[in-house]
Design a protein around this ligand. Structure first.
Ligand SMILES: Nc1nc2c(ncn2[C@@H]2O[C@H](COP(=O)(O)OP(=O)(O)OP(=O)(O)O)[C@@H](O)[C@H]2O)c(=O)[nH]1
Ligand SMILES: [Mg+2]
Length: 409
């Protein structure tokens, strides 16, 4: 089973700037002729793979991404400035899928009258220009030329895009993928002077940039695997620290498939925590859903032992901890040396308060700190997350043996 993080976003490349209808105005030159410059190209939207990022969390908070449009052409044949590309950092390992075309915001200006539209349609497609004056100048797309070709190319791209089609895969640090192309700028009227028309009063509009709904997918390696007996509050904990919503109930084995929570910490840090279904005695021999769960844990960087004071027969937290460790050791040697954190949940209850002292003492004898928390009230949770972060960070930097690459699939 793979853990998958995914997010849907809209990317909009910049529109090309319109060509300008402009005239040479020089002293002593009565009829200056056309001098409107070309519009600048719209910016692209580019994904850049960055190995400092480990999740798609940042994109979830901001779903719309637009690159800058090109500026219109200027007077004296000046080309408008191109729009800046929008570069979006994504984690290495991100796969990009096309979902749908996104509608153009304000595609045609409302002041463009329909009849004028029809009339000009006879000549070519019509649009508008913004040359800085209040009166919009109608502009035409020429029957051939770069704008026609760029538009045809864009149309072809769009008809060929199937929902779900993979646009690309970012596999190494620094790799770039252009996911939405900026529109070409239109040509200014300076280009359209001919022997029959010495004063062309039209220019070309720029074309719109690609606007797509994309789905990004990232296979995650869980940073933290929660090890715990059924009913200790693993799912409640995941709900408290992330936007994941696994079911919580007061009976054991509520969770049957691993649940992932992506946790945001201050300073652009994030942690992936996996709620692995409850471990029971004999799991290493395949009891319960045992082996599957241990296999999931194999792929984590740090183990969080979650204990609870539930007064069920034989459920003393310290006994639980020993039993959990025994299961891990019997499964294999891969957990040896993997950092562990021990937390006692449900300290908002009298039983929790009672269990805290003896457990802390017993653990201290082995040099293990205890993090008392309540997944219900949030008490102690920030401290626990910081402790987990320190260890995860250490493993990510290669300081401590983590899961082997072979088990990262
Ligand atoms: N008082 C209190 N109750 C809690 C706390 N955390 C969880 N519980 C309760 O304990 C019960 C079990 O919680 P779950 O989060 O479903 O436990 P789990 O470990 O995911 O259980 P399984 O999926 O069955 O393995 C639920 O009734 C929770 O409301 C806590 O911090 N304080
Ligand atoms: Mg659960």
């Amino acid at each position: 089973m793979r853990f998958i993080d995914q997010v849907r976003i809209v990317v909009r490349a910049g529109r090309g700037g319109d060509g300008l209808v402009g005239w040479r105005r020089e002293k002593f030159v009565p009829d200056g002729g056309p001098a409107g410059g070309d519009g600048g190209k719209g910016g692209d939207v580019v994904f850049v793979a960055d190995d400092h990022l480990t999740t798609l969390l940042d994109l979830k908070f901001r779903q719309h991404f637009a690159a800058e449009s090109g500026r219109p052409g200027g007077p004296n044949k000046m080309t408008g400035r191109s729009g800046n590309d929008l570069r979006i950092r994504v984690p290495v390992g991100t796969t990009v899928f096309f979902e749908a075309l996104a509608g153009e915001p304000g595609e045609r200006p409302p002041w463009l009258a329909d009849d004028l539209d029809e009339e000009l349609d006879q000549i070519g497609a019509i649009a508008w220009t913004d040359d800085g004056t209040d009166i919009p100048e109608p502009v035409r797309v020429q029957k051939s030329g770069p704008i026609r070709r760029a538009q045809a190319e864009k149309d072809r791209r769009e008809t060929e895009l199937e929902p779900g089609a993979q646009l690309g895969d970012l596999t190494f640090h620094g790799q770039e993928l252009v996911v939405a192309h900026g529109g070409l700028g239109g040509r200014g009227n300076v280009h359209f002077r001919s022997s029959t028309n010495r004063a062309p009063d039209f220019a070309e509009p720029g074309i719109t940039g690609d606007a797509y709904w994309l789905r990004l997918e990232l296979k995650l390696l869980a940073d933290v695997g929660i090890v715990g007996f059924p009913n200790v509050g693993k799912s409640t904990f995941i709900r408290a620290i992330s936007r994941a919503r696994p079911k919580v109930a007061d009976y054991p084995f509520t969770t049957l498939v691993p649940q992932l929570g992506v946790v945001a910490l201050a300073g652009e840090r994030s942690l992936v925590v996996a709620d692995v279904p409850g471990l029971i005695h004999g799991a290493s021999e395949g009891r319960g859903l045992g082996l599957d769960f241990l296999r999931h844990l194999e792929r984590t960087r740090v183990l969080l032992h979650l204990l609870s004071p539930d007064p069920t027969p034989g459920r003393d937290p310290m006994v639980d901890l020993k039993a959990l460790e025994k299961e891990l050791a019997q499964y294999g040697s891969m957990f040896e040396g993997r950092p562990r954190v021990v937390a006692l949940n449900k300290v908002d209850t009298p039983e929790g308060q009672e269990a805290m002292g003896p457990l802390r003492k017993a653990l201290r004898a082995q040099g293990i700190p205890l993090f008392p928390i309540s997944a219900r009230t949030g008490e102690g949770v920030p401290e626990l997350l910081e402790a987990l972060w320190r260890r995860v960070d250490m493993v990510r930097r290669g300081g401590v043996s983590g899961p082997t690459p072979a088990s990262q699939s």
